[in-house]
Design a protein around this ligand. Structure first.
Ligand code: ATP
Ligand code: MG
Length: 170
């Protein structure tokens, strides 16, 4: 059985990581879809698809799973009624979709997919928006993401990037 989990992963945090661990207990193979793949260098979407691939791939390596994980970048098509077909055209076949996002849930249900809600894990702290805010404001964000993600963000100068692009004109 092959599962699909989609997110923007800006950045990939411990909430996502816990969900992935749970899914890997249930499926033989997992597809992780990176949504809004075309976006980067904005406060909402600071990291490129390639950088997000590095975060996820290295964090999953640390789990030591023997299961196959495919990481697939997915660009936005700005047309919700056709979105599921777009996803299917870009990914290996899948039997079950895992999501906690109401729109993703609705769209896959309407297309008759088996969709599972995993439930939120410590959503108060494990939330992309809050973590990006901490990065901007110089608060401790490192404890909310896997160690491998801290390392990738350090290597690419991610914190400097987010602060610089949030700044005013010179
Ligand atoms: P943002 O605040 O930028 O939207 P996010 O934390 O919601 O970030 P997404 O990439 O939008 O992260 O989420 C991808 C998927 O992971 C969605 O289905 C979302 O509901 C789920 N998710 C996000 N945070 C958690 C969490 N703490 N526990 C469980 N699932 C989560
Ligand atoms: Mg979200």
């Amino acid at each position: 059985m092959r599962g699909l989990f989609i997110g923007r992963f800006q950045p990939y945090h411990l909430g996502h990581h816990e969900v992935v661990k749970k899914i890997l207990e249930e499926v033989d193979e997992l597809i992780i879809g990176i949504g809004s793949a075309q976006e980067s260098h904005t406060v909402e979407n600071p990291f490129t698809a390639g950088e997000r691939i590095m975060m996820i791939s290295k964090a999953i390596d640390e789990l030591g799973t023997r299961k196959k994980v495919y990481i697939v970048p997915l660009e936005d098509i700005y047309r919700n009624s056709l979105w599921v077909a777009h996803i299917c055209s870009m990914t290996p076949r899948f039997d079950v979709v895992y999501t906690n996002n109401p729109l993703v849930y609705r769209l896959f249900r309407e297309a008759n997919f088996n969709v599972v809600k995993t439930g939120m894990i410590n959503r108060h702290e494990y939330q992309g928006t809050e973590i990006r805010k901490k990065m901007l404001e110089g608060d401790n964000w490192e404890k909310f993401v896997p160690k491998a993600v801290v390392e990738v963000i350090r290597q690419i100068g991610g914190i400097e990037r987010i602060r610089e692009i949030a700044g005013k004109d010179f």
